[in-house]
Design a protein around this ligand. Sequence first.
Ligand code: NAP
Length: 434
Amino acid sequence: MTDSLADPHLRYPGTEPSEPSGNGSGTAAASQTGAPRDIVILGSTGSIGTQAVDVVLKNPGRFRVTALAASGGRVELLAEQAHRLGVRTVAVAREETVPALRAALGAAYGTAEPLPELLAGPDAATELAASPCHTVLNGITGSIGLAPTLAALEAGRVLALANKESLIVGGPLVKAVAGPGQIVPVDSEHSALFQALMGGTRAEVRKLLVTASGGPFRGRSRAELADVTPQEAMAHPTWDMGPVITVNSATLVNKGLEVIEAHLLYDIPFEDIQVVVHPQSAVHSMVEFTDGSTLAQCGPPDMRLPIALGLGWPERVPDAGPVFSWTEAMSWDFFPLDEEAFPSVPLACRVGALGGTAPAVFNAANEECVEAFLAGRLPFTGIVDTVAAVVEEHGTPDGTGLTLPDVLAAETWARARARELAVRSATATAEARA
Ligand SMILES: NC(=O)c1ccc[n+]([C@@H]2O[C@H](COP(=O)([O-])OP(=O)(O)OC[C@H]3O[C@@H](n4cnc5c(N)ncnc54)[C@H](OP(=O)(O)O)[C@@H]3O)[C@@H](O)[C@H]2O)c1
C-alpha cells in the first residue's frame, strides 16, 4: 500500500531499466535479456488503444502484445489488430458479437494460420488483466474499467493507466492493492506531472498546475453555452479522442476528473492543485516547487508519447511523439479558469474531498448525462446541473471501508437518478422554449 500511487522516484519491481544494473525478477527478466516486454492492451480499438497499437508496431523489438480486449463494437479492427500483432488471446465484453468476431478473425487470418484463443463476456477484460504479461494498458472507457484495474494490480502487473475513471470511482480500493510505483499514468496531464515531479522530492512540491485546453467553448459565458449542439461539443480544438472524453472536455468535467486523479496519484491536497487554461495544449501540466521553480512538460499534443512512456517506463521510447520546431515563431497563452461558466471543476474538487462513493456518483451521473446530451435528450448546461443535483442528493458518504459492491450500488443509483432528473430537465427546457 502507498500514499502516492504513481511516483517517478519509486520503481515497481517490474519496471527496472534493461541496463545490467537492473535487478528485477519474473516478468521483468524479459526487459533485462533484451526480449520484448509483454503487453496486454484493454480497449485496443479505441483512441488510446489504436495509438498504443501504433507504438507497439513501431517498436517490435521493445514490445510484444500478448492479448487484446474490446467491447465488440469494432470486430474487423480488432481482428486485424490481433493478426498484425500475433496475439495469443482476444477478448470481447459483449458475447453477442462473438460470431461476427469469429468471421472477422477468419477473414484476417485465412485458413493457414491458427486463430487466437477467444474470450467473451463482461469479465473477459478482467481475466486478461491478470494474465501473464509485464504491463497492462487500461484504455477502456468508463468506470467499467475498475475491475480490470484491480485485477492487473492484484496480479502484480505494471498498470499503464489511461482509464482514469477506475481510479476516480475506486480510489481507496486501488490504493489498497497498488504497490509503490506500480501505476504509470497515461493521461497526458498526469504523465506530464509524473515527469516534472522527477525534478524534486515530494516535500519540495508546492503545487500541481493541471493545464486545460478549455475545450471548444473556451471564452463563452454560461448563457452562451445553453444551446450548443453535440456536433459542436465533439469538435475538440486540439485532441482527437473518444466521444465521452470529448464531451467531458467540452464541459470540463474531464478536468475535474483529472484533478481527482492527480490528487489520488500524487497524494497532493485539492487546495494545492490548480487548473490553468492553456488553449494550445503544448504544456501538458506543471509542478511548482517550494523554491519558486516551476517545471513544465511540453510537446505537440499527441497521446503516443505518454502511451509510450507508460508502456516503456522507466525507459523513454525513441521518437515516440513529434517535437516542436523551435526555429519557428509560436506563442502559448495561459488563462485562469472561468468557474462560473464551467462549474464542473470546483464541483469535482468537492466530490473528491468528500471521498467514499461521492466520486463514483459524480462519474456515473455524468456518463448518463453525456449519453443523454449526445442523444439530444439533455441540453449542454443540463449535464453539469444534473450531475450537481445527483451529487447533492447523495449527500456526504461514509468515507471509510469502501467496497466494490458499495461503488457498484452507488453507480446504479446515480445512473437511475441522473436519468430521471435529465428527463425533467429536458421537459423544463422544452416548456421554457415553447
Ligand atoms: N483518447 C484520449 O486521447 C485520452 C486521453 C487521456 C485519457 N483517456 C482515457 O482513456 C480511456 C479510453 O478513452 P478513449 O478516448 O480511447 O475511448 P474510446 O475511443 O471510446 O475507446 C474505448 C475502448 O474501450 C473498449 N471497451 C468499452 N467497454 C469495454 C469493456 N467492457 N471491456 C473491454 N473493452 C471495452 C472499446 O471497445 P469497442 O471499440 O469494441 O467499443 C474501445 O476499444 C478513457 O478513460 C479516457 O478518459 C483518453
